[in-house]
Design a binder for this molecule. Structure first.
Ligand code: SF4
Ligand code: SF4
Length: 203
């Protein structure tokens, strides 16, 4: 199973992934073209601010079984057999939000889309960049993320790699040595944001 794996410790909240996602799902697939489109394309990955200016890029996990699919009264949500991606048929989505109520990750949002004329907003969740995948490319959010916070690949392979890193860090700690867990520039960014957070939260 291929998926987008999130390494939250590497996310610096730059929102490049959100922008790339919005461009990818726009009519023109171009930043400046997108700005003049109606309806404006919206990202399907959401970078939310947590505590101490830490951020998390939240997106559809394409669960199997998927609670959203199970409750959709019109069958608008369905699974692509080849990639396992949970997709939305905009023409049969009635915008009832049942899917959003049961999604354990709160990643569904409702918007109008350029590809079909409808009076109502529809579920515009992540489609796993299925067109890009079918063309042999990785999802746009992963390509745009420059810190490595988003990684696309076989889930078991990525998890095994993370597990090996964890084992190395743990065994080094047992020897009294410290292993760098993050690139120096991300460590420096984290230090700065930790100091900024001492002044309190925004708003
Ligand atoms: S929308 Fe939510 S429930 Fe549905 S597949 Fe994605 S993460 Fe799972
Ligand atoms: S909002 Fe659309 S996709 Fe979600 S449950 Fe209703 S009909 Fe299905």
């Amino acid at each position: 199973m291929k998926t987008v794996f999130v390494h939250p410790e590497r996310c610096i909240g730059c929102r490049h992934c959100e922008m790339a996602c919005a461009i990818e799902h726009s009519k023109s697939q171009d930043l400046f073209g997108m700005l003049f489109e109606t309806p404006r394309s919206k990202p399907r990955i959401h970078v939310e601010l947590g505590i101490d200016f830490m951020t998390f890029p939240n997106r559809c996990r394409h669960c199997d079984p998927a609670p959203c699919m199970q409750v959709c009264p019109t069958g608008a949500l369905h699974r692509d057999v080849e990639t396992g991606s949970v997709l939305v048929n905009y023409s049969t989505c009635i915008g009832c939000a049942m899917c959003a109520m049961v999604c354990p990750f709160d990643i569904i949002s409702f918007n109008k889309v350029w590809s079909i004329q409808l009076d109502h907003e529809v579920n515009t969740k992540c489609d796993h960049c299925i067109d890009r995948q079918q063309a042999g490319n990785i999802p746009a959010c992963v390509e745009a993320c420059k810190t490595g916070a988003l990684e696309f690949g076989d889930a078991n392979t990525i998890i095994r790699s993370s597990r090996k890193d964890f084992t190395v860090r743990t065994t080094l700690a047992l020897k009294g040595e410290e292993a760098p867990s993050l690139p120096p520039n991300i460590e420096a960014f984290r230090d700065i944001m930790a100091k900024v957070s001492q002044f309190g939260t925004l708003g």
